[in-house]
Design a protein around this ligand. Structure first.
Ligand code: NAP
Ligand code: HSE
Length: 432
């Protein structure tokens, strides 16, 4: 029997929840123009009902009890925008168990439990939609589920954390201090509740897990993804990278070759001419290579209240249409057997090495010997200014393609060489 009204409960009224509630109330006509059945916001879960918010919803809608949403048989759709793993995961699972559809922006929950939640939703005949969990306002989940479905995906190379891209852009272009740039990103509502998740690449790992699971048809969990954040970068690295013709970006990379899927998140040198090097501010960009389509790029604002709410409300419109048409619970995560995650030490990239060494003859030859013994070929070397007081010089080396295991072994040996200042021996990987 057709529903008279689709009722919605929102869990969370922060940066994203407030944006969604505002659109539901202020742009109801625009939403309704897409859907035959009227939608109505009936309940909003918060921790503190007295808190002053960007958008105030009528007080009678607020509750501090999740049961008021999960146990209300009249609520059809739960929009989870609280964030964090627990209790969000439990609430999402509980909503699905009670036959409710779920829309979530929660990349942590989808990265850790996505395959199980999607299976449960399929079994219960409901949908879980999560377009907002990756890339803020950029359509990504839909394209992987539908538009690119005919392709074998070869690679994903992406900037998928707006906060770190904002910080790196400010540091590279204006020489901003790390702390000041982070504070700006937080004030603009881009950062996670704990910004460590952004800075240390954890947020990007969650998002890559979600995308790689869809793209390569095997569950890719956060623990499968190698991770480094941006906190070790110094202004010298931005300067040297620019001189060498590179930008520095936090990249999320996943590739499949012969059933082996490699997945990693770390700062990378990206050639200035590459599109990803040009992506500034909070914007995200995801380059996807498919065997049929070639390379497609998804670009746009990857965080913030309005872009993220745009993705959630789009999910809501799709879901409401499907509910009206009686077409829910159809999505199934497709898994292909015989695929495995390849270990990080097998990955091949180019490398940028920066090290302080005693300014003596023969030091460079010692370093080159170690690299040569590990089959690592040097592409270029620059010696930066020597310090006459400490009698040290700074050397920057770019290598050709090398295996991660070989580079890690070489670095351990180079750091142990007496002329090398151990704590000032640093490396970055380079793409392209
Ligand atoms: P936020 O500003 O910190 O808001 C979280 C909201 O959830 C707050 O209203 C809070 O209530 C409520 N909440 C948290 N834990 C709760 C609990 N245990 N019980 C009841 N209410 C609880 O977070 P946000 O930035 O909107 O992010 C929400 C989600 O969207 C996260 O999963 C995030 O990763 C994702 N996301 C965010 C962005 C972005 O740009 N911010 C973009 C894409 C995706 P009180 O207000 O009462 O404390
Ligand atoms: N903290 C996240 C970011 C929010 O900066 O990209 C969007 O997921």
């Amino acid at each position: 029997m057709a529903k008279e009204r689709i009722r919605i409960g929102i869990m969370g009224l922060g940066v994203v929840g407030s944006g969604v509630a505002r659109i539901l109330m202020e742009k109801a006509d625009r939403i309704q123009a897409h859907i035959e059945t009227p939608v109505e916001l009936v309940r909003v879960l918060v921790r503190d009902p007295q808190k002053k918010r960007d958008f105030q919803v009528p007080g009678h809608l607020l509750t501090t009890s999740s049961r008021d949403i999960l146990d209300d048989p009249d609520i059809d759709i739960v929009i989870e925008v609280m964030g964090g793993e627990i209790p969000a995961y439990k609430y999402i699972e509980g909503a699905i168990q009670s036959g409710k559809h779920v829309i979530t922006a929660n990349k942590e929950v989808m990265a850790k439990y996505g395959p199980e939640l999607l299976t449960l939703a399929h079994q219960r005949g409901v949908d879980i939609l999560y377009e907002a969990s990756v890339g803020g306002g950029i359509p990504l989940i839909g394209p992987f589920q539908h538009d690119l479905a005919a392709n074998k995906i070869i690679s994903i190379q992406a900037i998928i954390n707006g906060t770190t891209n904002y910080i790196l852009t400010r540091m590279a272009s204006e020489g901003a201090e790390f702390g000041a740039a982070l504070a700006e990103a937080q004030a603009l509502g881009y950062a996670e509740a704990d910004p460590t998740n952004d800075i240390e690449g954890i947020d990007a790992v969650y998002k890559l897990a979600v995308l790689a699971t869809l793209a390569f048809h095997l569950p890719v969990r956060p623990a499968d993804i190698y991770r480094e954040g941006i906190s070790r970068l110094t202004s010298r690295d931005f300067r040297y990278a620019r001189e060498l013709g590179y930008a520095i970006k936090l990249l999320a990379i996943a590739k499949e070759e012969n059933g082996m899927v490699e997945a990693r998140v770390h700062p990378s040198l990206v050639p200035q001419g590459f599109l990803l090097a040009q992506i500034g501010g909070v914007n995200n960009a995801v380059c996807v290579q498919g065997d049929l389509v070639g390379t497609v790029v998804f670009y746009g604002p990857g965080a913030g209240s309005k872009p993220t709410s745009s993705a959630i409300v789009a999910d809501l419109i799709l879901l409401a249409k499907n509910i009206t048409a009686g077409l829910t619970g159809r999505f199934r995560l497709r898994e292909e057997s015989g695929k495995t995650i390849s270990p990080m030490d097998q990955v091949q990239t180019r490398y940028y090495l920066r090290m302080s060494v005693a300014d003596h003859p023969g030091v460079l030859a010692q370093i080159a010997t170690v690299l040569g013994e590990h089959q690592i070929s040097i592409a270029s070397v620059i010696q930066k200014e020597a310090d006459p007081v400490s009698q040290t010089a700074e050397i920057v080396i770019m290598t050709h393609l090398a295996r991660e295991a070989d580079m890690q072994d070489s670095l351990a040996k180079i750091r142990a060489l007496p002329p090398v200042v151990q704590e000032r021996c640093f490396f970055l990987r380079a793409e392209g």
